[in-house]
Design a protein. Structure first.
Length: 188
């Protein structure tokens, strides 16, 4: 067998592997449905048992510090994401649509996990600008928020009620229905 034949066979096997991986990812992502959040957040017994959301500092696009505590008394959707993350990209249009409809009732903290290497502020801003997203973006340049919440996978979304309690959270991409159900669970 010649070297050229071996190369062609190797490329063919690799292409088949990529096709199989793509098919598997597509099949699994179509069947994935996150668990719906509880809509009983107004039950005081449940609220008392919820964990208080720890405070953190991130930065807006102008470099100004922004704390979670700045939004005390308001329901908050806290989302950790990065522009290199395919599941993050798949859920962002849902967040943008819901943000445009509910921005006066709910705070959206779209926190870009900005490690300075794989994800930079410039990459995050460029992605949001290119996609035409309207929600505000905050940058976790010191990874304080990510460390505080133990973020080990992206995207991760948390729903925080006006009392500052975490009502629910999801690892992985969520759809619009799940986002709306989560928001319903944190509104008073």
């Amino acid at each position: 067998m010649t070297k050229q034949t071996k190369t062609i066979i190797g490329i063919s096997i690799f292409a088949a592997f990529l096709a199989l991986a793509y098919w598997g990812y597509s099949a699994l992502s179509q069947t994935y449905t996150p668990q719906n959040p509880s809509s009983n957040s107004n039950d005081t017994t449940q609220t008392d048992a919820l964990q208080t959301a720890p405070d953190f500092t991130v930065f807006d696009q102008d470099g100004n510090p922004v704390k979670l505590s700045d939004f005390a008394g308001k329901p908050v959707v806290l989302n950790f994401w990065a522009s290199w993350c395919p599941p993050c990209k798949s859920e962002m249009p849902h967040f943008n649509t819901v943000y445009q409809n509910q921005k006066d009732e709910v705070v959206f903290l779209m926190v870009n996990q900005t490690d300075g290497q794989r994800e930079t502020k410039a990459k995050g801003l460029q992605y949001v600008t290119d996609q035409g997203f309207a929600f505000p973006v905050y940058f976790d340049t010191e990874l304080e928020a990510s460390i505080t919440y133990g973020i080990s996978s992206l995207p991760t979304t948390l729903f925080i009620n006006p009392d500052g309690k975490i009502v629910n959270g999801y690892r992985g991409a969520i759809d619009e229905a799940t986002l709306l159900a989560g928001i319903d669970s944190i509104k008073n």
